[in-house]
Write a protein that binds this ligand. Structure first.
Ligand code: 13P
Ligand code: SF4
Length: 341
């Protein structure tokens, strides 16, 4: 392979129009049409480089449409991406999502190279709690198991008994088999889970900076003005969830839409998700109360290309942290996905 660092910047070629006609048609309703010719040279270059490198690109549902539809081999919620990383054959995985998702991939595939295109793609939930905070909580509640949301650092995972995502939080909490569980760090998800189980939860005060901004008034407005069904992510405040017709993970929202095929829906979650689902459900009208995750938006076609070209930024985690976090993640993977999610 020639020196990839010397690869020229991708530019428009006329043959891209025919080669990517189907993709352009899928993107047309989702992104401003002037942008499509700007994206295609990068999409083409990434897809070629990906083949040369033998890499797999995994993209979370909140990635922008040109990434989600243009270059991803695997798409899904954070549970789906973790399962895919565990089962992946490729030696190189590029995670288009936030840092904790790339860490989970590395923990589950420690012999593979896992890249994240921008190391600064963080998460307000993951940064709300440290491993020292978890140790202090355990000291305050001796013998009470810790279930941590996937949106945590590898070090926090290593201090936990099990991990969950929004696709299996209630099931993982109940699988601990104890009357009380420390559940962290998302307070709103914790309050939602507490409403679905008899297990007593000790909660932390973490919040998703994107979902906490939604209000019950916005939800009611979408229902009353647009006659829309309401689908919300459980990281939203409780008064928003109380308005929703369905609450679930990003993947569960897509499954609900496939089952119900509503004429109009408001997705109360990060708004790239609505863009990506619009391609799948052309007969449903999406009302978009738009909050974008600034961390997810850090991932671009340009930095994915640079990640593949320069093999940056590789996730490194100390072996003992991997071992502890792996135990906790394996307990979640043994529970799997809740039926409805
Ligand atoms: P999912 O587990 O539903 O993919 O959500 C992850 C996330 O970060 C939501 O804000
Ligand atoms: Fe974290 Fe919220 Fe962004 Fe999800 S949407 S990655 S929880 S900040």
């Amino acid at each position: 392979m020639h020196d990839l660092a010397d690869l020229p910047v991708p530019v428009w070629r006329d043959d891209l129009e025919a080669e990517y006609a189907a993709l352009a048609a899928r993107l047309e309703p989702l992104v401003p049409c002037l942008e499509i010719p700007l994206h295609l040279p990068w999409i083409d270059a990434i897809n070629k480089l990906k083949k040369q490198r033998g890499a797999v690109i995994m993209a979370h549902s909140y990635q922008s449409p040109e990434i989600f539809h243009g270059v991803a081999d695997v798409t899904g919620d954070s549970l789906g991406l973790a399962q895919a990383a565990r089962d992946c054959d490729a030696g190189l995985i590029v995670v288009c999502g936030v840092h904790f998702m790339a860490e989970s991939a590395k923990i589950l595939a420690p012999d593979k190279t896992v890249l994240i295109p921008d190391l600064e793609a963080g998460c307000s939930l993951a940064s709300s709690i440290t491993a020292a905070d978890v140790r202090a909580l355990k000291a305050r509640h001796p013998g009470v198991p810790v279930v941590s949301y996937a949106n945590t650092s590898a070090a926090v995972k290593a201090e936990s008994d099990a991990i969950c995502t929004s696709a299996n939080a209630v099931q993982v909490v109940e699988a601990m088999g104890t009357p009380k569980v420390i559940f962290l760090p998302d307070e709103f998800l914790g309050r939602y889970v507490a409403g679905q189980t008899d297990v007593e939860l000790v909660l932390w005060h973490g919040r998703c900076e994107v979902h906490e901004r939604f209000t019950a008034q916005q939800a009611r407005h979408a229902r009353e003005q647009f006659d829309a069904r309401l689908v919300a992510h459980p990281e939203c405040p409780p008064e928003v969830l109380a308005e929703a017709d369905f609450v679930g993970s990003t993947t569960a929202m897509g499954k609900w839409l496939a089952r119900k095929q509503p004429a109009r829906v408001a997705l109360i979650t990060e708004c790239s998700m609505a863009d990506n689902l619009r391609a799948q459900f052309p007969r449903t009208q999406f009302i978009r109360p738009c909050n974008l995750c600034p961390h997810m938006q850090r991932i671009t076609l340009q930095n994915i290309y640079a990640a593949l070209r320069d093999l940056r930024h590789a996730i490194e985690i100390p072996a003992d942290t991997i071992a502890g976090a792996r135990r906790a993640l394996d307990r979640m993977l043994a529970v799997g996905r809740c039926e409805a999610a």
